[in-house]
Structure formats: C-alpha cells, structure tokens
Design a protein around this ligand. Sequence first.
Ligand SMILES: [Zn+2]
Length: 486
Amino acid sequence: MEKIVKTLKVRIKNEVLTRRKKERLRRITGRDTRIIEKYVKIIHHNRRRLCMKTKNGEIRVHKGKLDELTLTTSRIKKVEERRETVPHDLKKMFRHCSHDEFQECRDIAVQLYEQGYRPEATRPPKKRPRRQLINKKRFILTNLPKEKNNSISRWWVGIRDSLDTWKRKTRYHQRLWLPLEMSTFHQKELKKGQIKSLELRYKRSTREWWVYFQLKVLPPPSFYPPEKESSSSLPPAVLGIDLGINIPAAGVLLTPKKKLTIKEIKFWHTKQWNRINHRYKLKLSRLQRKAALNDQSGKKHQIYRFLGLLRRRYRNVKRSYIHQFINDVVRTIESYAKVYDLFVVVGYPKNVRKDKEKGKEKSTRYFRRKLHQWNFSLVLGLLRRALILRGFESHRILTLDERGTSSHCSRCGKEVSRPVRGLVHCPICNYTFHSDLTGARNIARKFLSHLFRPRTTTITDYFTGQKFSLTHYTVCRGLSHWLQSQ
Ligand SMILES: [Zn+2]
C-alpha cells in the first residue's frame, strides 16, 4: 500500500525559549529564507530551461538542471566530472552553508515555485517565507525518561545549528535544543508513521515558533469491502443526512423494509459544544460592545488585541469540534457499511439560507445569525474527504439540494404546514415525526426517486458539481432489485 505524507504541527514552548535561542532561530531561518529567495529568482530567470508543464498544466522544475546552474562539485573523484564553475555560484554567496543545507533550501524553493510563488520585483518583498526544512539525518527527537524530571519539557528536538560557533579557533556546529509542547495526540500520531523531515516555521499571527513534522503514514484502513461482489451481496441501504443548526446532523437509514427502527435513526450532537459556543459568543459580544464605545482612555488598542485573540481561539475551538463531529459521523457510517451496501446522501442547505433572507417570512435576525455561523461547506468537504480517504467510493457519497425536504410528510409525501417547531405532523395520514429526521428521510427518498424516475443519465453532486452516471447505481444488485419492487 502506498504511504501518504501527513503534517503534524507541534508548538515549541516559546515562553521558555531564551533570547539567545530565539535570536539563533531567527538567524538560521532568516539566512535560509534569503537562500530560498535566491533560488526562486534563479528558477524564474532560467524558467525556459528548467520548467516543464505536465498534462494537467502544472509546472515542474528540474532539480538536477538547477543544481548544474548553482552548485559546484569539487569532491567527486573523477576530475572530468567535476563542475568547477557555475553561472550562479551559491557557495560563494553563502560561504558557511553546507551542500545538504543548499539542497533543503532548493527543495523548498522548488516547492514554492511550483505552487505559484514568484520573486517580487521590488525590494523588500512583502511576505518572506520564514521557514526551514530539515532532513531526517540532521535532527534528533528525544523523549526524556521520567526520572530525569526536566521541569521545562519532556520532549525536545535537537537541530544541528547551521550557523557556526567559534571555539578555540575551530569552527563547529552546536546543537540547538528546542522544548516541544507534545500532547498525547501528537505522540499517538508520531507512532503511526515514520518522520520524513521537519520544518521550522514562524507564525506571524501569534508570533510563535512551530515545528511541522512530515510523516509518512499508511492510509487509514478501508472499511469498505474491496471486492465488488461481496459489497453487492449485502442488502442495500441509503443513509440520508440532514445538516441542521441546533442539532448539527440527523440521519435516517432507509432500507427496503417499510418500518423504521430505533437503530436506523441517528442524531449527532454535542451538548458540550452548545455550551462552549454560547459562552464564547457572550464574551465576544461583550468585548465588541466595549470596543465600539467611543472610549478615549487609550485602552482601545488593548481591547482590540484581546478581541483578535479571542476570535482566533474561538475559531480553533470550533474547528476542533467540527473534526470531532466528523469523526462521529464517519464512525457511524463505518458501522453501517459493514452490514449494508451503503449510499450516503447529504442535504445541502445553501438554498435554505437564501429562503430565509432579510425581510422574508419567519426570518428573524437571531435565526439568520445562527444560520450563517455553522459552516456547512466546510463540514461537507471534510466529511467527503474523510470518507474517500477510507476507501469509500466517491459516487456513494452524494450531496443533493435540500429544498422542500423538511416540509413534506416523510410517509405519504404530501406537503404539510408546520405549526409546531421541531415536529412535522401530517393531517392526511396522521403521522408525526421529528423535523430534522423528516428532512433526512426525504433526502434519501429524493435520491431514490432520481434513480427510479430518471430525467437525465447522470446525477449531479450539488456541492462539488461532479456528475455521476446512473449506471454506477444500477450496477449495484441490491439497489436495482429494490428499485424494481417500488
Ligand atoms: Zn402523510
């Protein structure tokens, strides 16, 4: 199985770094930044000779040819293969930098150039990439045993300091030790893979140093049966998911059986999140009000700084909760996929947002604000990616337009008015059901009706715009049997 590269971000304990160490870090990465910039300029100048375009229109830089332009090789034994002079001799410009370090800088520069970074015409450039990539050989990651009882940190990373230190007239390289803020999560992640390299980065927004480990890991185990025969011998099922505001998601599993059981209904929600969310919002609104007051006491900039800090923290907390939520959903889908030939359909609530615009019916300010705070497209994108990474086929997770799904009876399909919040009651068949679950069940129905009464030969994913041929679905034996019986 092919390994994938993952980044693990670990914070360096910036508050205990000595001034000397910080200065050292700044100088190392600063020099590397200058080298990287030089490289980018050389690439850009010689782009006709070095760059190729792939079929997808991406740019690839030839590293070997770049080395021929920049680095002399005097250590090769065969004299005729040595390069004595090169057009851009970097070793002359940066005398204390080793060959390996040049190559690390080259790799970053090539990566940056391929991603579209171009040298600035004017000096100084606006945003300098203050970072340094370090290969596996040139750093040590240690975990001190408990007996040593180091009060600062148990985890340290030792980097060979690429600046020279002079002692008794000889030059040598010291090791720069940096304390890491390593949580149990980080330790678990580190055990999963091999460390490929490490990157030192300076985060401008918080003014902190971070370490980015690049890990080679095996992709998560695929929960979907690999052989197609085995999957289609399972009974078919469609899981409809309705994304909501008070309850982040509700799901109903639709199977060929008529009746729903409790196992086929699922709510994903976190009470803790609601509480934390509320608390943050309260704090933020208080601060905002304070900042808006025309206060001349000179404390205003302090309030704004604190406000920025709080907003960032809120965003991070929110993100971590979204990830937790996604994990929950994926785990449920995993358990269903073991027993069913499963399809997942998610309702996309963008149009609901449009329907509840200002001035429209039942659109209060409070409701609109809530509607815009939960980031649906982020949730959908993450869910999709998480499922596909685990071997879920991409046509099995679909997003459909949600409009109208929560205002129809989930049993007979008649349109109903909703006098009671949270419940859908149908006067015709006398059936009452939770509104989010009604939405979920109807979205699954909608998917089936697309297949049952096809108007076109494809189904379009509402979120990504991808088109899937209907033959993908009719191939699945269980599903087509089910459709025939309807
Ligand atoms: Zn009904």
